[in-house]
Design a protein around this ligand. Structure first.
Ligand code: NAD
Length: 272
């Protein structure tokens, strides 16, 4: 088994530290570089010590060229301008890239796609959780099989500090159910109910939001039919699930030549 050499961009962040932690437990991966923003307070710190898994000798730097030089794959969870800095650096010395940063604008997304086309393979996902990607696929399947026989309701719960609703993952699940049955989220979603709502429209995709405590992320897709219900549920207990998924993508990307890919491809979910 050959070792995959990884450089981490955004090593000081929550995801960066979760990745250092996850990698410390893996035999087939070696951390060879760690970077963060030029104005980050963690520059010069040992990435392992910062993540709480003991010193690993890889100090966090803002010199991307050096940190990426020995890597087979760069993994990055930063901010959109951090993603752009990474691909500018990598264009001169291409490496495969796994990126989870959200919020790229259309022009930034185009630059990432150009990098994938001209330079090296990229896996990009807004959600690297293996379980969430599987739940989306199961939702598509259930929606198709149950179709008009079951009402679709999505219930999501998150910690008290979350500022938006419904969650991006709830919307992803709702869209999967809608598209599998010829509905549209824009036309059929019902995001709130209060007062005299009238009977439930049969094609509605309902959302209910719970906020409280330190819930990391809990999503249920309920298919409520006549005399039976089916539930597809995903519960996240820590960020480790995103890190595990991103490392799985890093393993997968080693065997793939060029192009922009997503998590369902990594997991082989598109072919079934
Ligand atoms: P965070 O704020 O804890 O960490 C971000 C890190 O990136 C920080 O250390 C910051 O200093 C660094 N950074 C910011 N700008 C930079 C730049 N220009 N160059 C280099 N480093 C830079 O955030 P987080 O919770 O780790 O999330 C990071 C990103 O990943 C966000 O976009 C978040 O939405 C996304 N995210 C995606 C997934 C997924 O599964 N795809 C999961 C969790 C978070």
């Amino acid at each position: 088994m050959s070792t995959i050499r990884i450089a981490l961009h955004g090593a000081g962040g929550r995801m960066g530290r979760a990745l250092v932690t996850a990698m410390a437990a893996m035999d087939d991966m070696e951390l060879v570089g760690a970077t963060d923003s030029p104005n980050s307070a963690v520059l010069g710190q040992d990435s392992g010590t910062l993540a709480g898994v003991g010193a690993n000798g890889i100090l966090i730097t803002d010199t991307l060229e050096e940190a990426f030089a020995a890597a087979d794959v760069v993994i990055e969870f930063t901010r959109p301008n951090g993603t752009m800095r990474a691909i500018e650096t990598l264009a001169a010395s291409p490496r495969k890239l796994v990126t989870g940063t959200t919020g790229l604008d259309p022009e930034q997304q185009q630059r990432l796609a150009d990098y994938a086309r001209k330079h090296a393979t990229v896996v990009q996902a807004a959600n690297f959780s293996v379980g969430v990607n599987l739940a989306v696929k199961l939702t598509e399947l259930a929606a198709r099989v149950l179709d008009e026989n079951a009402d679709v309701e999505i219930i999501e719960a998150h910690h008290r500090d979350k500022v938006d609703a419904p969650s991006g993952t709830a919307l992803l699940l709702g869209r999967a159910a809608a598209e599998a049955t010829g509905r549209s989220l824009e036309g059929d979603a019902v995001y709130a109910r209060v007062g005299q709502t009238g009977a439930r429209p049969p094609r509605a995709i309902g959302f209910a939001t719970v906020r409280g405590g330190d819930i990391v992320g809990d999503h249920t897709v309920l298919f409520a039919g006549q005399g039976e219900q089916v539930e597809i549920r995903h519960r996240a207990t820590s960020r480790a699930n995103f890190a595990t998924g991103a490392l799985r993508a890093a393993r997968w990307v080693m065997g793939v030549q060029n192009g922009l890919h997503d998590m369902p491809e990594v997991l082989g979910l598109n072919s079934r």
